[in-house]
Design a protein around this ligand. Structure first.
Ligand SMILES: *Cc1c(COP(=O)(O)O)cnc(C)c1O
Length: 359
């Protein structure tokens, strides 16, 4: 594991002031429409320093897909309400009741198991029922919703506090007016039929920005679960920056270990590379090729974008080779990259990348 000196490479520079700023701005923006925000911490592995920056915005609920991250945040003393995003594993029900206040659910057998353990631990566990609105990841089919609710309201130790939907994540389905109006109508229906108040009608994630900006009627939607837009400052349908937010709260810095003018075409007969692909290579004559000390084992290289005028040529498990002809890199130079979500999550879990906090 790396120590976290500011000069260590590779390092992920994390600007906590920018993260707090983004969380405050999003809270203001969505708050203006009566929508509260829950900060999603899975993309940063529940990192306690980042979580502290999130809580500085006044956000009071944190959501993660993994119990291990929630335990990490609780143990670090981050005071908040904790929501489990991913449907609980039947094998982890005890921990779900112990460590979380609320969980998103879509399986009756799981909710029954939660009820049993909640009773044993003398707790009331809150649940949000997830509804399938077309993205085909988690969710109860709308036609089954009434029947499930009828069964769940009879269970002790369980309190249905909301319904929710998750779009755009798996199949890229847009959370548009039709989807959001439909979710609202389901909430109204549950109130009429079962008297359920539903303090949470959770319309979605960072992909809901476009709908929010264009809609004239929020309906019953009153909550979003936001990860990427807080960390990277963009919405997630088109990856457009959100005005007023920082898109550079995270930066990956690595170091040059070789820099030489070499031909752009390899010499010899071409077979498979280390990962089983046969490279196709264009002849650009002699170029300055620099090797950076980072590779596929450190981070998802395809999700990095150089901030300097260099071009990624290829990468192995430990080397990233770039064309540095335009910037004349030397051995020892630091080279910085912007990260997309795939790069962020892989960098955050990587034990090879030092985390350096800046504020
Ligand atoms: C990951 C996740 C989110 C957050 O998504 P972002 O696009 O990062 O805002 C919200 N809800 C659920 C259920 C998730 O799994």
């Amino acid at each position: 594991m790396n120590s976290t000196k500011n000069t260590t490479t590779p390092r992920l520079e994390i600007n906590t002031t920018k993260i707090t700023h983004n969380a405050i701005e999003l809270k203001k923006l969505y708050g203006s429409g009566g929508i509260g925000i829950i900060a999603v911490t899975k993309g940063v592995c529940g990192d306690p320093v980042i979580v502290d920056a999130l809580l500085k915005s006044g956000i009071t609920m944190l959501a993660d897909s993994r119990i291990s991250n929630i335990r990490r945040m609780r143990n670090a003393g981050n005071e908040a309400q904790y929501m489990l995003l991913r449907t609980p594993l039947l094998s982890q029900i005890d921990d779900v009741i112990s460590y979380t206040d609320i969980s998103l659910n879509s399986e009756l057998s799981v909710i029954k198991a939660l009820s049993k353990i909640a009773l044993k631990q003398k707790k009331i566990h809150k649940i949000v029922l997830m509804v399938e609105l077309g993205d085909l990841r988690e969710g109860i089919l709308p036609t089954d919703l009434d029947e499930i609710v009828q069964l769940v309201i009879k269970l002790d130790g369980i309190d249905i506090v909301g319904i929710g939907a998750n779009l755009a994540c798996l199949s890229g389905i847009k959370p548009d007016k039709q989807k959001m109006d439909y979710l609202s109508s389901l909430a109204i229906n549950l109130k009429t039929k079962f008297g359920l108040k539903l303090e949470i009608v959770s319309g979605g994630n960072s992909a809901n920005y476009t709908w929010f900006k264009s809609t004239e009627n929020i309906g019953r939607i009153n909550s979003f679960r936001l990860g990427e837009s807080i960390y990277l400052g963009c919405e997630t349908l088109y990856r457009e920056p959100i005005p007023g937010l920082f898109t550079d709260a995270f930066r990956l810095v690595t170091e040059v270990i070789e820099s030489k003018i070499k031909p752009s075409i390899p010499d010899g007969e071409i077979g498979q590379d280390a990962f089983g692909h046969v490279p196709s290579i264009q002849d650009k004559g002699d170029r300055l090729r620099s090797i950076l000390a980072i590779g596929k084992q450190d981070v998802s290289i395809a999700d990095l974008r150089p901030l300097d005028d260099i071009e990624i040529i290829a990468s192995g498990s430990d080397h990233l080779v770039v064309d540095a002809s335009n910037v004349n890199l030397k051995v020892g130079d630091n080279v910085a990259f912007q990260l997309n979500y795939g790069a962020l999550i892989s960098a955050m879990v990587s034990p090879y990348i030092a985390k350096v906090y800046i504020s």
